[in-house]
Design a protein around this ligand. Structure first.
Ligand code: UN1
Length: 511
């Protein structure tokens, strides 16, 4: 089964070979209840056996046992496991990148980028394993010291989405492992093969490591009931979930019910403000990458463009013509920039949003299905630009598809007002060469998002910064900076090294 690129006719590896190169072969892929199709052409590429709720309970118990051992392993030694994982990922970058592309339909270049994010966070976490720093704090009492210590927290459940089937797992996994927490992964049932490939890579790293406890790194395949097993169990200290706002609300509600900790990275409705002083050449490139990259299926995808009226007529026609030349097609073939949507429901969601935009006064450029004859079972679409008369209802929603709503502004304060008037708060950016404008955008009265950029698009964040956002995005932070603190428990210690017992706040209590 080889595939040819629609323009170049070039052929690439068969699906079976792609899976086999990552060790995914044989019985494991056959005879199960979960049909896995590739968005590339809609073909079934595996039938996996789903884990049951009982399996999930067993895995949680194994992870709890692993915790009792892993928390005692010195953090730099835990870092060694993550270092080996990074090495294995480097060796498997191309193979895994291809599986990611086949599994979720993103172009191979972006599949590679995702694996690179995994490698980067492993490197980051290895360094971190020697830097899980606490504080020393001045005590108000003579002969006393105070400090703050960070301890492993417990089992970390990781729920991930189809659009980034491996990198968000790695942001959580690499940190959790060095922090002393076993991990239990529930990948999207729409893209489970990447997770199986990663689990194999982890097993190799653990084998080389030597004495990793059984149950330290596990993956369970199946639907929402498995996610529920994680949120229901008091033995899962942390649940980190990436996905839709409704899914996040369910996780948050269940975790709140048992006062567990959750880290949420949910939807975005990310905007760019293009100011009159912007470098439009750069802006066009940034807009196209962030609006059509991953076929508009990133949580960080650019969805709203707020353009100053003085540059609107220069910018928008250039975008429309750039969109017309975009190579849409097989994501595994070289030269493709826009792969398929994940499934038919996603294409229907896009069509419905465009219809609503039209009825709300929008002028739609592009949109509609592509390559239907060649791939009748897949969901290829033409990315759309929609000129809107204002920020209408449909623009407030995140439609997981390549739709870019374009609106005009005159005053920066109004543009920032529009920018912040949506329920989501993940990523944002401004294109401007005026430092007053850019600093205002980054200030307390500027963007209300977790990520705010200047002269780059909203997507494609590096792993060194904390990743996440406010409002409906869920408030969690993953990846770099001090996000590791979300995977540990903080302990305040007061040590009396005097021969007296003074009480804090000067309280007298003589017996
Ligand atoms: C996601 O879409 O869930 O910033 C993650 C980015 C990538 C991660 C996206 N580094 O676009």
């Amino acid at each position: 089964m080889t595939q040819a690129h629609p323009k170049t006719g070039e052929e690439h590896m068969s699906y079976d070979d792609i899976l086999a190169a990552s060790g995914l072969t044989g019985d494991r892929l056959q005879g199960g209840d979960l049909s896995v199709t590739t968005p590339v052409d809609g073909a079934e590429i595996a039938r996996l056996k789903s884990h049951t709720r009982e399996d999930a309970e067993r895995m949680i118990a194994a992870a709890s046992d692993a915790f009792r051992a892993w928390r005692q392993v010195p953090a730099p030694r835990r870092g060694e496991l993550v270092r080996l994982l990074g090495e294995e990922l480097r060796a498997e970058k191309e193979n895994l990148g291809r599986v990611v592309s086949l599994d979720c339909g993103k172009i191979y270049q972006e599949g590679l980028g995702e694996v690179q994010e995994m490698i980067d966070i492993c490197d980051f976490a290895v360094g971190l394993s020697r830097q899980l720093y606490g504080l020393t704090i001045a005590s108000e009492r003579p002969g006393h010291s105070m400090r703050e210590t960070w301890h492993p927290m417990g089992v970390c459940g990781i729920i991930t989405a189809f659009n980034f089937p491996v990198a968000p797992w790695a942001w959580n996994a690499a940190l959790a492992l060095v922090c002393g927490d076993p991990i239990l992964w529930k990948p999207s049932e729409k893209a489970p093969l990447s997770a199986l490939a990663v689990q194999r890579i982890c097993e190799r790293a653990m084998e080389r490591f030597g004495d990793a406890p059984e149950g330290l790194i596990q993956t369970m395949i199946g639907g929402a009931d498995l996610g529920q097993a994680l949120t229901d169990s008091r033995d899962v200290a942390i649940v980190s979930a990436t996905g839709s706002v409704p899914m996040g609300r369910k996780v948050a509600t269940a975790m709140a019910g048992r006062l567990g900790r959750c880290i949420l990275e949910l939807g975005g409705n990310n905007a760019m403000i293009v100011a009159p002083s912007a470098d439009l050449e750069m802006a066009v490139r940034a807009i196209v990458f962030s609006a059509v990259g991953t076929a508009g299926q990133r949580c960080t995808s650019l969805r709203r463009l707020i353009v100053h009226e003085d540059v609107y007529d220069q910018l928008v026609p250039r975008l429309i013509s750039a969109y017309e030349g975009l190579p849409i097609g097989d994501p595994l073939a070289e030269g493709t920039l826009v792969g398929p949507l994940i499934d038919q429901a996603a294409a229907e969601g896009m069509a419905a949003a465009l219809k609503r935009a039209d009825s709300e006064g929008g002028i739609v450029h592009g949109g509609g299905r592509a390559l239907e004859d060649q791939y009748p079972g897949a969901a290829y679409v033409k990315p759309a630009i929609v000129e809107m008369p204002g920020q209408t209802d449909v623009v407030h929603e995140e439609t997981f598809a390549p739709i870019l709503y374009v609106m005009k502004y005159r005053e920066l304060d109004d543009a920032i007002g529009m920018h912040n008037a949506v329920p989501q708060g993940l990523s944002s950016c401004i294109f401007s060469t005026d430092v007053r404008e850019t600093e205002q955008f980054l200030s307390a009265v500027g963007s209300d998002c977790g990520i705010a950029n200047v002269n780059i698009g909203p997507s494609g964040a590096e792993i060194g910064g904390a990743f996440g956002g406010e409002k409906d995005t869920g408030g969690g932070r993953e990846s770099g900076s001090d996000a590791w603190k979300g995977y540990m428990r903080r302990q305040t210690n007061t040590i009396n090294w005097s021969r007296d017992l003074p009480l804090a706040q000067g309280i007298k209590f003589d017996i």
